[in-house]
Design a protein around this ligand. Structure first.
Ligand code: HEC
Ligand code: HEC
Length: 407
């Protein structure tokens, strides 16, 4: 009797499951109106001081988290890793609102099944939890979907740093065959003009109902740039000398910023990403005022994953040094998603670094051999505990970045 009952339950459960699968969540936005607030949300960038750039006439300065003051001239922040990349669009509330609708709308893809959010999910800090992402017609991307966070601060984007600002990239995934398959942008302009809610949203954002490829890209870029994350426990603790950190988190923090690991030389605070401002160690232009070897490294480095790379990235196995903000949410890790856990990542850095001829100097010993960190199990756990403090819970439920088609 008992067995019978559970069989029925399984059969019923299967039916429900089957029905749920048939109502493909990716197409359910079709024919639906986005649910938008009467007063648009505010998308202004209210950055805390460690991210903010203070503009005082021709002379500008930035205060780093370590308390150093860096000066530079001309009000041009474009080459600077710590500020908002000035080549990105200005963010308006109406522009970012339109960008939000576009970001979640599967009608941007050729078969109405894939939206940006299919591969960039808010609850996973805008990554997708898969090694390769499934795009248009079920094809899989060769690289791991990147978390979208603080992209507006970066001077180099994508795993191979092939794009220098968000403006440049926002429409590329739409055209990309694997991701969204919309090869003729003119078709998309026509298609969106016939969707009931778009003309009014474009008018609010840009003063005209006319829909163009440039404006689609601009609105998407505004939304992407508005997704900032500056609200982690690390940020709060930094303002109070880390008094609220546990002993483990404190130990992990100190290891992260130590010469023993050199983590922070590459994943530099406050964004825990490449220090890629002009002239910086991984600068895009090199040879600037603040040191740097003059190499055009585009915020990328070889971190010793392989002796022979299947994917060369920017070249020589160099890949963009990604931000570690929200890293606890964005597994699997590395450009090909090869590591499922942070434990595996730490083991790589601890004893797995390969002696590739382009291995970055920050992961070598003085004699050129790969670093061996010899972390004990407590120290490994401490590093992981510290990485967890970079998670920003507010980002995951912020209604400004949520799916407007969800009822
Ligand atoms: C099929 C999955 C897929 C879809 C759909 C998709 N992306 Fe991506 N996205 C990726 C992958 C994979 C990468 C990394 C690609 C690489 O480095 O070559 C990425 C990278 C990015 C980045 C770079 C982040 C950084 O910090 O460098 C941004 C921004 C981005 N996508 C925005 C978008 C937008 C906007 C859309 C919709 C127009 C979109 N994506 C649609 C998979 C996807
Ligand atoms: C030489 C510069 C460098 C140093 C030093 C360095 N990293 Fe990285 N890190 C990188 C690069 C480059 C990648 C991306 C590599 C790839 O995907 O091929 C990366 C990737 C990661 C990732 C995965 C990110 C993601 O989104 O998938 C984590 C986690 C990480 N590093 C943590 C650390 C920790 C912890 C340390 C110190 C023990 C450290 N890194 C030291 C350059 C560095």
């Amino acid at each position: 009797m008992k067995i019978k009952f559970s069989l029925v339950t399984i059969a019923l459960g299967g039916l429900i499951w089957f029905a749920a699968c048939k109502a493909d969540p990716l197409t359910s936005g079709l024919g639906r109106q986005p649910n938008l607030p009467d007063q648009p949300y505010s998308y202004a960038l209210n950055l805390p001081p460690e991210f903010g750039v203070i503009n005082s006439g021709p002379l500008n300065f930035i205060i780093t988290p370590e308390g150093d003051t860096l000066f530079f001239f001309n009000g041009d922040f474009s080459g600077f890793g710590f500020g908002f990349n000035a080549q990105n669009p200005n963010i308006t509330d109406a522009g970012a609102t339109l960008g939000r609708v576009l970001f979640y709308d599967p009608q941007l893809s050729l078969n109405n099944r894939i939206s940006c959010a299919s591969c960039h999910k808010q609850e996973l800090a805008f990554s997708d939890g898969k090694a390769g992402s499934v795009g248009f017609e079920g094809k899989v991307t060769p690289r791991n979907s990147m978390a979208i966070l603080n992209a507006g601060f970066n001077n180099n984007l994508f795993w191979d740093s092939r794009v220098q600002n968000v403006n440049e990239l926002a429409t590329k995934p739409i055209q990309n065959h694997i991701e969204m398959g919309m090869e003729e942008m003119a078709n998309l302009e026509r298609k969106l003009s016939n969707v009931s809610y778009y003309p009014a949203l474009f008018e609010a954002a840009f003063g005209s109902k006319v829909i163009t490829e440039d404006l689609i890209g601009n609105a998407l870029a505004q939304f992407v740039c508005a997704i900032t994350t500056t609200n982690s426990r690390f940020d709060a603790e930094q303002r109070q000398s880390f008094v609220g950190y546990s002993q483990m988190e404190r130990m992990g923090h100190d290891l992260f910023f130590s010469a023993r690991t050199n983590c922070a030389r590459c994943h530099a605070a406050p964004n825990f990403a490449a220090p890629d401002f002009a002239g910086g160690e991984y600068g895009s232009t090199g040879g600037g005022t603040f040191g740097g070897g003059g190499d055009d490294l585009k915020g990328a480095a070889n971190n010793g994953l392989d002796l022979a790379y299947a994917d060369q990235g920017l070249g020589e196995g160099r890949f963009r040094i990604p931000s570690l903000r929200n890293i606890a949410l964005t597994a699997p890790y590395m450009h090909d998603g090869r590591f499922n856990t942070l434990e595996q990542v730490i083991d790589h850095y601890d004893h797995g670094i390969q002696p590739h001829h382009s291995l970055d100097k920050n992961l070598r010993n003085a004699d050129g051999s790969p670093k061996r960190m010899n972390l004990n199990s407590m120290e490994k756990l401490a590093l992981i505990a510290f990485l967890h403090t970079l998670t920003d819970e507010t980002l995951l439920s912020d209604p400004r970045f949520s799916d407007p088609f969800r009822q």
